[in-house]
Design a protein around this ligand. Structure first.
Ligand code: CMP
Length: 152
């Protein structure tokens, strides 16, 4: 009985995840894999989800709401539904490159560091989408004025 309830909860989380663009092209088994490690959480306006210079242990994907990416005192990007953040500190184990602050009430999915690496190995298509997103950001930063680039 407990196992059935658990499987139902996982399946409904997988369904919610399938509506987030980062995950929308994943196969059902891959969605279930993401659902097994992703937690859905709310954040209030002003909440600091990542803090520049601090170690980071969590990867985030935005379901609802917007957040500002702040490096130094400058806002370098604004992220919204479907965007992800927090991958850099997990990938290179360095400090957070920027702070990410909720601009309004948000719903996000979180994946903890211990699960993130394994998830990228198990779901190569997700890895490809994250790499594409990181490349886009690098391109945008290269096109940005040098004062922004200097702060990345
Ligand atoms: P991380 O360094 O772990 O924590 C802060 C996050 O902000 C970072 O990962 C990226 O996900 C995100 N980030 C940093 N710089 C930018 C940028 N220029 N544009 C969009 N997102 C960024």
């Amino acid at each position: 009985m407990g196992a059935i309830i658990l499987a139902d909860a996982l399946a409904s989380k997988a369904k919610l995840l399938s509506e987030v663009p980062l995950f929308s092209a994943l196969a059902r088994t891959e969605l279930m894999r993401v659902a097994s490690v992703a937690e859905r959480m709310k954040a209030g306006p002003g909440e600091v989800l990542a803090e520049e210079g601090k170690p980071g242990r969590t990867f985030f994907v935005i379901e609802k709401g917007h957040a500002s990416v702040v490096a130094g005192r400058r806002r370098v990007a604004r992220l919204g539904p479907g965007d992800f953040f927090g991958e850099m500190a997990l990938l290179d184990q360095g400090p957070r490159s920027a702070s990410v602050v909720a601009d309004e009430p948000m719903t996000v999915y979180t994946v903890e560091a211990r699960d993130f690496g394994r998830l990228l190995e198990d779901v190569p298509f997700l890895t490809k989408k994250i790499l594409r997103g990181v490349s886009n950001r690098l391109r945008a930063a290269e096109e940005a004025p040098s004062y922004v680039w200097n702060r990345l």
